[in-house]
Design a protein. Structure first.
Length: 198
């Protein structure tokens, strides 16, 4: 059986290749990643090639940029308990709960937006997002548009368009977010044998 120091060393050796694979899956350049994390391009490159040892100060901003749990970056082993422990975090005054555990591809989040989170701050980034309002009323500013979505309503958009979503100011909103970092659309339309959509 491996002792703990050997297991730690082995896990750390895999961090660089895992980071490189994750960046390739997301289609993100080192330059873009450096801008979003504040970590220099050379440090990121050395981290991916194993020339720089991974540290918490480097991995935390990367986990946030990729929207994955830190455990996924370091390859923490799965425990035998089948229960899913959702780890909520706070971002820009919102409670964010990750619903997917694997890096790359479409990521799912439950987001709870408080009533006070109602001042638009539009931004742009790579990807495609799908939002479903679970409860409350969600305000969506998308380009020149300003909409209020009710429970059960859905919006999907290219995140290159300036966008912001939050509460409409009357009560908190619960939102399900599906985010595709490479710009893939979230749904496919099924067709009958006659070629008509369902």
């Amino acid at each position: 059986m491996e002792d703990s120091s050997a297991a730690i060393a082995k896990a750390l050796e895999q961090v660089g290749p895992r980071l490189k694979q994750l960046r390739a899956q997301r289609g993100v350049t080192l330059t873009a990643l450096a801008e979003s994390t504040g970590i220099s391009k050379s440090t990121l490159s050395r981290l991916e090639t194993g020339q720089r040892r991974a540290s918490l100060e480097l991995l935390l901003p990367l986990a946030q940029a990729y929207r994955v749990p830190l455990d996924d970056l370091v390859g923490a082993p799965e425990v035998g308990d089948p229960r899913v422990r959702l780890k909520a975090s706070r971002r820009s005054g919102r409670t964010v709960i990750p619903l997917t555990r694997q890096p790359g591809g479409v990521q799912a989040w439950k987001i709870i937006v408080p009533t006070g989170n109602s001042t638009p701050q539009p931004r742009t980034h790579e990807g495609f997002e799908w939002l479903y309002v679970l409860s409350g009323r969600m305000r969506l500013v998308l380009g020149d548009g300003d909409l209020v979505l009710e429970p059960g309503e859905v919006a999907e958009f290219d995140t290159h368009v300036p966008h912001w979503f939050g509460s409409d100011g009357t009560r908190p909103a619960e939102v399900l977010s599906l985010f595709g970092p490479q710009g893939e659309r979230i749904h496919a339309r099924a067709r009958t044998s006659a070629g008509q959509p369902y």
